[in-house]
Design a binder for this molecule. Structure first.
Ligand SMILES: [Zn+2]
Length: 437
């Protein structure tokens, strides 16, 4: 008999491996945070002597979802300002609220975001915000994986008072995280309209020098394009291209306002696009041409964006929104089939975080996974597990979420978050934020 730490059995295992194998009456053995075996339950039960047995019964096990674009602490602004014109929302509400944030609020907002993601099956995320060190230290303590970056702007921010310090700060943060198994640093210029072409080129140079990924908001709205054309005479993607930003180590968030040639450029350069359908719809930014990008082979991840513009960090909600949006806008019911959407939320997320080991379950890979209760009425009967994950699941069927073999969420309990204390802190912030306008 072989030893293992945990032997998990489930009715269905959706592997998201290269063959997209789905196993029935299956089991998975975990040792030292890694998947040691995956196969039929009867076989693994004979082969392994586990320290802990987790018989999940009528449940579905799958890779942890990967949220390809978010701003974790924005959970504290959830529902504070909705249904407003974009510029009024941003300048009249979000930016003034952001000026009220301090490290404590950012920490609590991040804990809340981690809780919400674990509760809805996500194990990794890509984040860009202000005071990012508070975010990644909090996420690291709780046990999630992330690609993070302090947002780089050409004006003073909460996280960096002098824009001239932005790149040295990124350098020191990257140094702090070097060798961290869960959290990795990226260079994160906020957008073309909050930086300059020179600053973008410097960001691209630093990313290359330090061999780090780069993330940026790009081509999010038509007004971004118009402003860029007015200022520089070229469109945002062209500007980013000239600054040396595009490439396989770069993730662009949104990619809504794109031409055919720009999509070709993204495909040729293997630049990853993090698609945020709910945020794009809520802010009326338009529909990113995802069906076209899928045809052209652009690497695609799926993200929630911040909770102020969604208003949830639930990747199941994002998956169904993604599938429905693109069928609707294209008036084509075959667009974005369930398997493609699940791929975006798992393997595509791994591309967006530049960590190919994430997003699938396979021997030797990390035990980053989540399980859903298949006895939930909305998941019955079961013909196609992938269909249910995209069209029927709400995310609240999640009964277990694990990262590197550590159970972080199980049946209503968070093992690395003091949830009652978090509730009290969120309540205090609620009172404080209520007073802000
Ligand atoms: Zn964003």
């Amino acid at each position: 008999m072989l030893n293992c730490d945990i032997l998990i059995s489930a009715e269905v295992i959706v592997t998201q491996n290269a063959n997209r194998d789905i196993l029935y009456q299956a089991a998975l053995a975990v040792t030292g945070g890694t998947i040691a075996a995956l196969g039929q339950r009867v076989d693994l039960e004979k082969e392994y002597q586990p320290k802990r047995v987790l018989k999940l019964g009528k449940s579905l096990l799958m890779p942890g979802l990967v949220n390809a674009h978010t701003h974790m602490p924005m959970t504290v602004m959830r529902g504070k300002a909705d249904d407003l014109p974009l510029m009024d929302w941003l300048n009249g509400h979000i930016f003034p609220l952001e000026r009220r944030l301090d490290p404590h609020i950012i920490q609590v907002g991040t804990e809340l975001a981690c809780a919400e993601m674990l509760r809805t099956g996500a194990t990794a995320f890509c984040d860009m915000y202000l005071n990012e060190s508070t975010i990644y230290r909090t996420a690291d303590r709780i046990g999630l994986k992330a690609l993070v970056g302090e947002g780089i702007f050409n004006f003073p921010t909460l996280g960096c008072e002098n824009p001239a310090d932005a790149l040295p700060l990124a350098r020191s943060r990257a140094e702090e995280l070097r060798g961290n198994p869960r959290i990795r640093y990226s260079i994160a210029p906020h957008a073309v309209y909050t930086t300059t072409p020179e600053l973008l080129a410097a960001c691209a140079g630093l990313a290359r020098e330090l061999e780090l990924p780069l993330q940026i908001h790009l081509a999010e709205t038509r007004s971004e394009t118009e402003q860029c054309l007015k200022l520089y005479g070229i469109r945002p993607l062209e500007l980013a291209c000239r600054a040396g930003i595009l490439g396989p180590d770069t993730t662009i968030a949104h990619g809504v306002d794109l031409t055919e040639e720009e999509m070709d450029l993204l495909a040729e350069s293997a630049t990853v696009v993090a698609h945020n359908p709910r945020s794009n719809m809520k802010l009326a930014s338009g529909a990113a041409p995802i069906a076209r990008m899928l045809e052209k082979g652009v690497p695609l991840g799926l993200g929630t964006d911040g909770a102020a513009s969604n208003n949830t960090l639930n990747m199941f909600a994002e998956m169904s929104a993604c599938a429905l949006l693109h069928k609707h806008v294209g008036q084509e019911s075959t667009a974005l089939p369930a398997q493609s959407v699940l791929d975006m939320a798992t393997l595509g997320g791994a591309r967006a975080l530049h960590r190919p080991e994430l997003g699938s379950l396979g021997i030797g890979g990390p035990a980053d996974l989540t399980a859903l209760d298949l006895a939930s009425p909305n998941l019955l009967p079961l013909y196609s597990p992938v269909s249910h994950l995209v069209y029927a699941a709400s995310g609240h069927e999640v009964i277990l979420t694990m990262v590197d073999g550590n159970i972080l969420y199980e049946n209503g309990k968070f093992n690395s978050i003091d949830y009652p204390a978090l509730l009290r802190e969120v309540a205090e912030i609620n009172v404080f934020m209520q007073k802000q306008n």
